[in-house]
Design a protein. Structure first.
Ligand code: ADP
Ligand code: MG
Length: 317
């Protein structure tokens, strides 16, 4: 199978919304009047971001999910994406599985594949994604203000727990492990929540490198600090059954959660609850923005918890 046959067989699908999709030198997209283009890109490299043994269908899902999650964090509506693949060989079965997972998630979000690049090489996957939002309404990292509540969606830490199980440093029995593993391999991007939070949240970020590090980016860009109640961070029953130190490691520094962390003024509490219901995603209040720089961690009794965790950094670890 040649390069063009591979593209035609697995990735060239007719577009519905874009003006022009796969097959020419450029794809063409048009935005609705008054909308801004939101764009983001993510590179996944075998051995760094995923294990070589992962189910290709789940990998197809995750490659797009991490990009949709970036649009969600900005409150953008997904439109289209491009896919660049470096493949060691043209493995029919692998490609079919990968495309199945990719397009299932793409279709669920009305986001279409409009182009890409395909080359031989060590397995790597790059997706660039395009979305739209009303001009000036993007949710940014820089908007948190002293007094704002701090929220996260869903549960944190399951992806890290799955990794610890793979490493042999944690134990989760059979069926429960399948659920935890699904969190790592098939994250659900919170697109509907991001859309519902436009005009409600003051800032937002999606959690990819661990809560403490990612929240730190919000605080830095917003020029303020925060107090965070560490044990109020929501976690699954599977994680809650683990020792407290591991629970805190996974929820605070885990990474790969792809939940949204956002801030909103206390006057918006009802609007936040409404957004959560509309999106069908639970949100939990875990702290408060303060004027003094820095992140202060406390337990349920308000006692300080020393920050002993480091979040993920490709060039530090
Ligand atoms: P170019 O030479 O202009 O880079 P290519 O020959 O690489 O174009 O690709 C031919 C067409 O197929 C282009 O429209 C490109 O966007 C598309 N394409 C290539 N690889 C992929 C892929 N993995 N998924 C979707 N479209 C792809
Ligand atoms: Mg090319």
């Amino acid at each position: 199978m040649g390069e063009f046959e591979l593209i035609a067989r697995h990735f060239a699908r007719p577009v519905r919304r874009a003006v022009l999709g796969v097959g020419d030198d450029c794809a063409l997209l048009s935005l609705s009047p008054g909308q801004q283009l939101a764009t983001s890109t993510d590179l996944l490299v075998e051995g760094r971001h995923f294990l070589s043994t992962v189910d290709p269908q789940r990998l197809g899902h995750k490659a797009l999910a991490v990009n949709l999650s970036d649009l969600a964090a900005c409150g953008a509506r997904p439109l289209a994406f491009t896919l660049s693949l470096a493949l060691p060989q043209a493995d029919e079965q692998w490609l079919a599985g990968f495309a199945r997972g990719l397009f299932a998630l793409a279709d669920a979000h009305g986001c279409e594949l409009v182009g890409g690049d395909t080359t031989r090489g060590p397995l790597a996957i790059n997706i660039s994604i395009f979305g739209e939002l009303p001009a000036g309404q993007a949710l940014l990292r820089s908007g948190a203000r002293p007094g704002d509540d701090v929220y996260v969606s869903g549960c944190l830490g399951d992806a890290r727990l799955a990794l610890e199980v793979f490493r042999g440093t944690a134990n989760v029995p059979g069926e429960a492990f399948e659920r935890v593993r699904l969190a790592m391999e098939c994250p659900q991007p919170r697109v509907a929540l991001g859309l519902a939070l436009r005009g409600v949240a003051s800032s937002a970020i999606d959690l990819s490198d661990g809560l403490l590090g990612d929240f730190g980016h919000v605080l830095q860009r917003s020029g303020c600090g925060a107090c965070l109640e560490v044990d109020a961070v929501p976690r699954s029953a599977e994680l809650a059954a683990q020792p407290l130190a591991l629970q805190r490691l996974c929820t605070l520094a885990g990474g790969d959660d792809y939940e949204l962390l956002f801030t909103a003024a206390p006057a918006q509490r009802q609007a936040v609850a409404q957004a959560s219901r509309a999106a069908g995603v639970a949100v939990s209040r875990i702290g408060r923005i303060e004027p003094e720089p820095g992140l202060r961690l406390v337990d349920a009794q308000g006692q300080p918890v020393p920050n002993v965790w480091t979040s993920f950094d490709h060039f530090r670890s």
